[in-house]
Design a protein around this ligand. Structure first.
Ligand SMILES: Cc1cc2nc3c(=O)[nH]c(=O)nc-3n(C[C@H](O)[C@H](O)[C@H](O)COP(=O)(O)O)c2cc1C
Length: 224
């Protein structure tokens, strides 16, 4: 087996060389004056969209199963506003069953190009049928057919079985609209806390955590 390639911790010289750029990117102290997190999140997401090579809306969704065992996977953020953070999936998938058993989740965004992280924790609710229908209708026809074909998270013997299921569903909907399968829906995480983290030289990072307090937010600066 080859030795694992683990990047070394940056040297003093590397930090010194990159210091001005790091400060320009992550040195704006005014974020600590913010009174709520969603506006700042939307700004960071837009910056990530301009810098990341792909999937700037990707986030790790952590859930807990009925036995208290944690689970995590990446999904795509599809909406965010004062109500919370929305994603879509299959209700019968592992995540769907876990959210049924325990409707709580944590979300983690990591934007490598910006050296930033955002963490969200909160209760989870399914979105309305109308909201799920509207988002489903916006997807490519092939993706909508795929949602009917996929038994997400169940064992699959071969790729040919998957392609056969897609071909069958495609033929079934030939010439028709592809409606949303009942099992395919969205969930919204209502944030209880939102933490912003950004890289600063020598691991002296910034952390800013907002906690919901009724209709308002309190905030704390945290040690890195
Ligand atoms: C970049 C990326 C984006 C993804 N987006 C989604 C998504 O929005 N919804 C989804 O169900 N799965 C998405 N997946 C696949 C999930 O990570 C996961 O494999 C799948 O949902 C099954 O998870 P589960 O068995 O824990 O339910 C994405 C994977 C990656 C790497």
């Amino acid at each position: 087996m080859n030795a694992p390639v683990i990047p070394p911790s940056p040297s003093r010289e590397e930090y010194a060389r990159d210091y001005a750029a790091a400060l320009a990117a992550n040195g704006d102290e005014t974020i600590f004056d913010r009174v709520e997190p969603i506006g700042l999140f939307v700004e960071w997401l837009a910056e990530a969209g301009a810098h990341e090579v792909n999937d700037s809306n990707a986030m790790t969704l952590s859930t807990v199963d009925a036995d208290g065992m944690p689970d995590a996977r990446i999904v795509l953020l599809k909406d965010v506003d004062g109500r919370g953070f929305t994603f879509y999936s299959n209700r019968e998938s592992a995540k769907g069953l876990e959210l049924d058993a325990r409707p709580v989740a944590a979300l983690t965004f990591h934007w490598k190009s910006l050296r930033r992280q955002v963490r969200v924790r909160g209760q989870v609710q399914p979105v309305s049928k109308e909201e799920a229908d509207a988002y489903f209708a916006s997807r490519a026809r092939e993706s909508r057919v795929g949602a009917w074909a996929s038994d997400q998270s169940r064992p699959l013997d071969t790729r040919a079985t998957l392609e056969g299921a897609v071909a069958r569903e495609s033929a079934r909907f030939e010439g028709d609209e592809v409606p949303r399968p009942e099992r395919w829906t969205g969930w919204r995480v209502t944030p209880q806390s939102v933490e912003f983290w950004r890289d600063r030289p020598f691991r002296l990072h910034d952390r800013l955590r907002f906690m919901r307090d009724g209709d308002a937010w309190t905030r704390q600066r945290l040690w890195p």
